[in-house]
Design a protein around this ligand. Sequence first.
Ligand code: KIV
Length: 271
Amino acid sequence: MSTETKPPVRRVTVPQIAARKGGEPIVSLTSYHAHTAAIVDRYADFILVGDSLGMVMHGMETTVGVPLELMIMHGRAVVRGTRRALVVVDMPFGSYEESPGVAFRNAAKILKETQCGAVKLEGGKRMAETIRFLTERGVPVMAHIGLTPQSSHVMGGFKTQGRNEDSWPLHIEDARAVAEAGAFAVVVEGVVEPLARKITRAVAIPTIGIGASAECDGQILVLEDMLGLGEQAPKFVKVYGRLGEEIEAAVKAYATDVRDRSFPGEDQVYR
Ligand code: KIV
């Protein structure tokens, strides 16, 4: 048994995130496993177990095929690997749209089985009734508007929103509706800068931008994108590392060592 004493679990809370509106920018990243989450935990205010894991980890073309059980499995791992950040778990497509009752049942399952602090769901005005139903029953909800990947089939792909100014009132209405329904924060994805500014000014809850400029109250990126682990990252991603190249170089060196019998060497052998 290990005698190592771990620091106590003391997490950022939902009200603390909500209170950051207009203040110090909120830092957030996605994470899907215990080991990356433990690193992110030291720097982020909240960690999102995003359903992007279907594409990033499981090779799916969209997030539509992600099952609830997969979100719960990754959510558990991230909660276990962290002790500081608020952990938010995405509700996958099909787990909340049918009715507020279905949404509550699945949100409660996520909270109970992962021990996360909040759930996130996509949709603005159309999901307001569900957000109210959940928040009134003790489920903290982060909303997600603008480019909503679970609707990519309807939208015709992953398209930047708000290029046409005529659409702005609808996006602003979405933001107001989720805020009034009780969401504690809202992810604003893939919208042009002037729209992001208007949305941020229109609501009293923090806006968390991804591809939505610095006009938001916080930022989120998919960890693997900013680490340079995937293929071509989208324009809005600043790539802070080149892990894909480093992994390739390490795997190549290992394969060479095994083939020429230089691994295992003296240092790796039990005598
Ligand atoms: O699934 C996800 O990773 C997300 C972020 C892109 C906000 O929803």
